[in-house]
Design a protein around this ligand. Structure first.
Ligand SMILES: NC(=O)c1ccc[n+]([C@@H]2O[C@H](COP(=O)([O-])OP(=O)(O)OC[C@H]3O[C@@H](n4cnc5c(N)ncnc54)[C@H](OP(=O)(O)O)[C@@H]3O)[C@@H](O)[C@H]2O)c1
Length: 296
């Protein structure tokens, strides 16, 4: 039985990966920054490891006995003042160093689809720098490039709840978003594959306008959708670069770019966005459901 280390185990995708790895019969060690944060995966993991992935001294013994490292460590919503370089690059590089020194055979990393078209973005530069380092390492490497997660599509649901959805561009760009559980099952199913690269999306392709319409439909509210012209988006993003802190600018720059291009990966999974939105709409104010391990 292979032993898997899940780094990013407290995140949206990582929690599903811990669960899916256990369901497949793997032995699982889950890494997180505190025992409190790891409590959400305690029931599925064989071992919990508390450590700061940005501090190599706190990671001694992390990869002992491990065959495969899976990492979904990265900044999605800035919480602690660190940069993409500190986390998406350096923290993953710290993991790679310890994995190599400990005799791990494979490193699986979650990147972003269309990275080659997004090289001007700081987050992608940091992630790509890590991918380049991983490719040069002595380990077997696998890079999984997903489309948007259902967790990100919830932003549109939340805008619909407050009355109006604003789209970057005219909303005609297409995406096949994927549920974290479907992506986790894909990742765990790929553990023994020799492929080094996967572009992964969900089962249904939508335009962003269709996702906004779906959000209003699920909430049973009148549709109010405004498209912000691409030229205005570019000008606003350009100004924000100088006027807003990196933690605000980074995600906006990323979203403005991905929402104005098609982001479509090979179709996997079965979970439907409409069902996810309905679950989110039902579970407001109640405990996180199986469908979404994290509070919305
Ligand atoms: N969301 C999307 O639509 C999407 C699409 C394509 C690719 N991706 C990529 O997929 C990966 C996983 O996404 P996700 O939605 O699961 O992200 P997430 O929920 O934000 O989880 C990220 C993980 O990284 C950890 N992390 C972040 N900053 C850290 C820091 N300074 N020190 C230690 N740990 C830190 C988090 O730990 P804490 O829980 O302690 O904060 C968490 O475990 C990311 O790299 C993301 O860029 C996401």
């Amino acid at each position: 039985m292979k032993k898997i280390l899940v780094a990013g185990a407290t995140g949206y995708l990582g929690q599903f990966v811990v669960k899916a790895s256990k369901a497949k019969g793997y032995w699982v060690r889950a890494l997180g920054r505190s025992a409190e944060k790891l409590a959400s995966v305690e029931v599925y993991a064989d071992e919990l490891f508390v450590g700061e992935v940005t501090d190599p001294d706190s990671l001694n013994g992390l990869c002992d006995g491990i065959d495969v490292v899976f990492s979904s460590v990265g900044i999605t919503r800035q919480k602690d003042g660190l940069t993409y370089k500190d986390v998406d690059y350096q923290a993953n590089s710290n993991l790679l160093t310890i994995a190599e020194a400990s005799g791990v055979s494979k490193f699986m990393y979650v990147h972003v689809l269309n990275a080659e078209k997004l090289r001007h973005i700081a987050m992608i530069q940091a992630k790509q720098a890590f991918v380049d380092e991983l490719r040069r390492s002595t380990l077997e490497d696998m890079v999984i490039c997903p489309t948007g997660f259902f967790s990100d599509m919830e932003e549109l649901l939340s805008m619909a709840r407050s009355g109006r959805v604003y789209l970057f561009g005219d909303g005609s760009s297409r995406i096949n978003p994927i549920h974290g559980a479907d992506l986790a099952e894909f990742c765990v199913g790929a553990i023994d594959s020799q492929e080094q690269h996967f572009d992964v999306g969900g089962p249904e392709v939508f335009t962003y306008r269709e996702i906004a319409e779906l959000a209003f439909d699920v909430l049973d509210r009148p549709e109010r959708i405004s498209g912000v012209p691409k030229a205005l988006v570019s000008a606003a993003v350009g100004a924000m670069r100088w006027l807003t802190p990196a933690k605000v600018f980074g995600p906006v720059e990323f979203m403005a770019s991905v929402m104005t291009m098609d982001v479509i990966g090979e179709a996997h999974g079965q979970r439907r966005l409409a069902d996810h939105f309905r679950n989110c709409a039902r579970s407001i104010g109640s405990k996180p459901s199986e469908d979404h391990p994290l509070p919305v």
